[in-house]
Ligand binder design. Structure first.
Ligand code: ADE
Length: 218
């Protein structure tokens, strides 16, 4: 599941450039039996399977020992704190992250309690496993690392970096199907352009994502 997203575009370039090192470890390799079983029926009954604590503990302990620094431990679960841009920024300042993904029916509670892992959710919906959530986090975090994007400014200006949506962008042609690029962007007046963009960002945020606006920008 991880190979393809990790081997394209920014994630690939960042790894090739030595900006990030991503190591995949399969929890199944730590299964106690030859069937590679890492989940079991829930005590008390009910549908679905629950991730067993043993293989996850063994796996995490193995991974932690690979480097001197233990790393910030994160469990992907819909019960977690919601992932957002400030969280991505916070994670991008860490030297080491360990992301734990399970198939989602749930984790044995002793995994959360015993590992003391921080729980993160990528949104209020249930995925069939934490792998895609981990990839979302990896992508959002790695692109914030110094040198990961070609242009250092692009991570600064974009949506959410100030709690605002991004201003509208245009490229060639100047007129497309009777829709014209706003004159101000062709004016060459940088102060005016900056002012227009800021105004647009504020208006769009107010209209489309008023929930983002905790502050006095609006
Ligand atoms: N695993 C299953 N659903 C998830 C979600 N929404 N966020 C993180 N991990 C998950």
């Amino acid at each position: 599941m991880f190979q393809s997203p990790l081997s394209h575009s920014i994630l690939k370039r960042a790894q090739d450039a030595g900006i990030v090192d991503i190591v995949l470890t399969n929890i199944r390799d730590f299964a106690p039996d030859s069937h590679k079983k890492v989940d079991d029926k829930p005590y008390g009954g009910g549908p679905g399977m629950v991730m067993m604590p043993g293989p996850i503990f063994d796996c995490v302990e193995y991974v932690q020992k690979l480097l001197p620094e233990k790393g910030r431990l994160i469990l992907l679960t819909p019960q977690g704190q919601k992932f957002d841009q400030p969280k991505a920024a916070s994670l991008s300042s860490e030297n080491r992250l360990i992301l734990i993904s399970g198939r989602y029916e749930g984790f044995d509670e002793r995994i959360r309690v015993g590992l003391g892992a921080e729980q993160i959710s990528i949104g209020d919906f249930v995925l069939s496993g934490g792998e895609l959530a981990a990839m979302v986090i990896i992508d959002a975090v790695v692109r914030l690392l110094a040198g990961a994007l070609g242009d250092e400014n692009s991570a600064r200006d974009e949506s959410f970096s100030e709690g605002l949506l991004e201003y509208p962008q245009y490229t060639r042609p100047e007129v497309f199907r009777d829709m014209k690029v706003p004159d101000v962007l062709l004016s060459g007046n940088h102060a005016k352009i900056a002012q227009w963009r800021r105004q647009q960002a504020l208006e769009r945020t107010k209209k489309w994502r008023p929930d983002l606006q905790k502050n006095d920008n609006l």
